[in-house]
Design a protein around this ligand. Structure first.
Ligand SMILES: Nc1ncnc2c1ncn2[C@@H]1O[C@H](COP(=O)(O)OP(=O)(O)OP(=O)(O)O)[C@@H](O)[C@H]1O
Ligand SMILES: [Mg+2]
Length: 701
């Protein structure tokens, strides 16, 4: 388990409200810059890719043009050499014609060959066997201008030369672009004629194109003004990437143009470009996802920070002590209230076992209890109940605490320790003690008041036995004096003396009983509950009740079943309740409203439930008016001049302390003159299954 935060000091939290707003602004700025950078980088990449593509296409066109030009030059050179080979040993015309026909069969670029005399008149001619004679549609005689021009120049320079190209119409409206090669012939140093070969430009170009693999380019021969003469290649040139090369021939030069079939690089069909664009989009998508993730994270962070702040504020404001322990009983967390309660700093408590707030003399006992509790602490009943124990403050002062413990579960629901709520109950205990003392003082005061009021009655009552005792004593003294003078009557005197002394003893005993009952009542006794029969309780108060009843001529009527039910009570307290209620009843009947013969006070006892015994005190007084009834149990409420108003409030306290209930009502609701009042209260009966033990929990009275 990760121990929870143990810091109990709260950091200042004021500037936190402004900080997130500023940080958010910076974060947006950063994101904006990142996206802009990405866009610029991607555009540059696309631009560079495009220009690279273009440069590559242009380079390729240049290379193709150069290669084709070179090849063309070589072909022309070879054609020239072939033509020269025909004139090498100056063959007679028939032989030359035979050789020329052989040459025409081998080399396709030659279309027509002729031997001419020094005046350039035709001697003999041969045509290629692969096609119709080239000068079939238009006679050679009509197309000799170029030939004459080049041959004249060739004679002058004494070297073979190529003519300018010219167009020869063919059957079906077609035509051929051709070029003449003129070789001046000499015989023993004297000009002897010319050999003229007509070459197909398109065949030359095609042969050159076939040797260099340039299927994706269109090759053409053009004139200086750009007019195209012949073309070769499978594809048409797009006119975007092209290159021209000059092919120098002896006496003439041709311009070769290579034109790539490929147009300007499109954005989509280009694979490299598609890759770059695809990757860019992917990158952009990733950035968006990243941004979303960052946003989610920052939201979660904010929520977490708020939850933490809330937790801290809550912990700091709690007045209840909180303490967490791990499975081995070591403290892992305490809140400020707990530290304040025991007077130790959190750092002194975290990790301690035994903790410093255990009183040293009880460490063994507490350790045992901890082991037991940690074993059974998962029992929900135990958690609800809690338990009371004693802790020690730093200054050594012991104080009572109430502890409630609950198991602590970690993220995955594993039992990781215990969380305890600790309440300092010393103040509560002090208040309870104070209230108990006050209650006792109040009861003592009430008892004294009762006794004080009775004192006059008591003296009157004691007067009777004392007067009797005095007169018996005087009589006895007289008898003794008579016996001394007349010894004969001594025996009779002894008998009379015996009787008189018996009377004295009787009266003395009666006086003693009165005093004893008052004494027993007033004497402050330990509060203790015992099982006692109801008739004993009544008998104990009866002498005092009778004492008061006699004054107003009230009859006492006791109705108690036999055997009398037993009750589980504090005897003195219940006797006081009986006394107070009977006294109130007698006092109510002292008023003139109740005729003398009707003055009866009834005391009744009945078992109303297996666990409850009911007592009733009924009088024939004037009853209780509603306005008095409303305040009857209020302490110090009285309608009597000499009353203190404590009797009934005391009675209710005592009865309720026993778990019973006290109420009242009219005794004879029908009677207008003397409706009377009956006070009823219930007291618990001891458990018959466990006599001598307090009654178990049961339904209320
Ligand atoms: N049986 C009764 N019949 C009529 N009135 C009664 C009866 N019992 C009590 N009271 C009324 O209730 C009032 C309060 O009774 P309570 O016993 O508390 O005080 P008290 O009798 O006046 O004084 P003390 O403290 O001496 O008992 C009485 O003053 C009286 O007016
Ligand atoms: Mg009273």
């Amino acid at each position: 388990m990760n121990p929870p935060s143990v810091s109990t000091a709260s950091p200042p939290a004021e500037p936190q409200a402004e900080a997130p707003r500023g940080r958010r602004g910076v974060r947006w700025l950063l994101w904006g810059a990142l996206v802009a950078l990405l866009l610029v980088a991607q555009s540059l990449l696309v631009g560079l890719t495009l220009s690279y593509e273009e440069a590559r296409a242009q380079d390729r066109a240049d290379a193709v043009a150069a290669a084709a030009a070179g090849e063309l030059r070589r072909m022309v050179q070879r054609s020239l050499q072939s033509a020269q080979s025909l004139t090498w040993n100056d063959p007679p015309p028939t032989q030359w014609r035979y050789d020329a026909q052989e040459m025409l069969r081998q080399r396709h670029e030659f279309l027509h060959m002729e031997l001419r005399d020094t005046d350039r008149r035709l001697v003999v001619a041969a045509d290629t066997p692969f096609r119709q004679p080239v000068f079939g549609v238009m006679a050679r005689s009509e197309l000799e201008i170029e030939m004459h021009a080049v041959c004249a120049t060739a004679r002058r320079v004494a070297a073979p030369l190529f003519s300018r190209s010219y167009f020869v119409p063919q059957a079906g409206g077609l035509g051929l672009e051709v070029i003449d090669l003129c070789l001046p012939l000499d015989r023993s140093g004297q000009p002897s004629g010319y050999m003229v070969a007509t070459l197909s430009l398109s065949q030359l170009l095609e042969d050159a194109t076939n040797t260099i693999a340039a299927s994706d380019h269109e090759l053409s021969l053009v004139e200086a003004d750009g007019t195209r003469l012949v073309r070769a290649g499978l594809h048409r040139g797009a006119g975007v990437y092209f290159a021209t090369r000059l092919v120098d021939l002896p006496g003439n030069s041709l311009q070769l143009r290579a034109d790539a079939a490929q147009g300007r690089p499109g954005l989509i069909p280009n694979l490299t470009l598609a890759l770059v664009v695809g990757l860019s989009l992917l990158l952009l998508g990733l950035v968006v996802l990243l941004a979303r993730d960052v946003r989610r994270r920052s939201l979660a962070e904010t929520a977490l920070a708020e939850a933490l702040a809330f937790r801290r504020a809550m912990e700091d404001s709690l007045v209840t002590g909180l303490r967490a322990r791990d499975v081995r009983g070591r403290i892992t967390y305490v809140n400020p209230a707990f530290c304040a309660m025991v007077g130790f700093h959190a750092s002194e408590l975290i990790g301690s076992n035994p903790p410093p707030y255990w009183p040293p003399e009880r460490i063994d006992e507490y350790r045992q209890r901890q082991t037991d509790r940690l074993k059974f602490a998962r029992d929900p009943a135990l958690q609800r109940e809690g338990f009371e124990t004693q802790f020690m403050r730093r200054n050594g002062e012991r104080f009572p605490v109430m502890i409630y413990e609950a198991p602590l579960l970690d993220r995955v629901g594993h039992h990781a320790g215990w969380m305890s709520t600790v309440l300092d109950v010393s103040a509560q205990r002090r208040i309870e003690e104070l209230s108990r003392q006050q209650q006792e003082r109040l009861q003592a005061t009430a008892r004294l008041a009762t006794v004080g009021e009775m004192a006059s009655l008591l003296s009157h009552e004691l007067n009777q036995p004392l007067a009797a005792i005095a007169s018996y004593a005087t009589g006895s003294l007289n008898l003794v004096a008579e016996a001394e003078q007349e010894p004969a009557t001594a025996a009779e005197t002894v008998g009379m003396l015996h009787q008189a002394l018996e009377r004295i003893a009787e009266q003395a005993e009666r006086a003693g009983r009165v005093i004893k009952s008052v004494h027993a009542f007033v004497r402050r006794r330990e509060r203790s509950r015992e099982a006692i029969t109801a008739d004993l309780l009544i008998e104990a108060v009866l002498p005092l009740v009778r004492l008061q009843a006699r004054k107003s001529g009230t009859r006492i009527d006791v109705d108690c079943p036999s055997p009398a039910p037993r009750v589980w009570v504090d005897r003195t307290m219940v006797e006081q309740v009986l006394l107070n209620l009977t006294r109130n009843g007698i006092q109510a009947m002292e008023a003139e409203t109740t005729p003398l013969e009707q003055r009866v006070l009834s005391l009744r006892v009945a078992r109303v439930h297996q666990r409850w015994v009911r007592f009733e005190v009924e009088d024939r007084g004037p009853g209780i008016p509603a306005e008095v009834a409303a305040r009857l149990f209020t302490p110090f409420f009285t309608t009597r001049a000499e009353g203190m108003g404590l009797g009934l409030s005391l009675c209710r306290t005592v009865i309720e302390q026993h778990g019973g209930a006290l109420d009242f009502g009219p005794a004879n609701p029908g009677s207008a003159t003397a409706p009377g009042t009956v006070f009823r209260f219930t007291l618990p009966a001891p458990d018959p299954a466990r006599p001598g033990l307090p009654p178990g929990p049961d339904d209320p009275a």
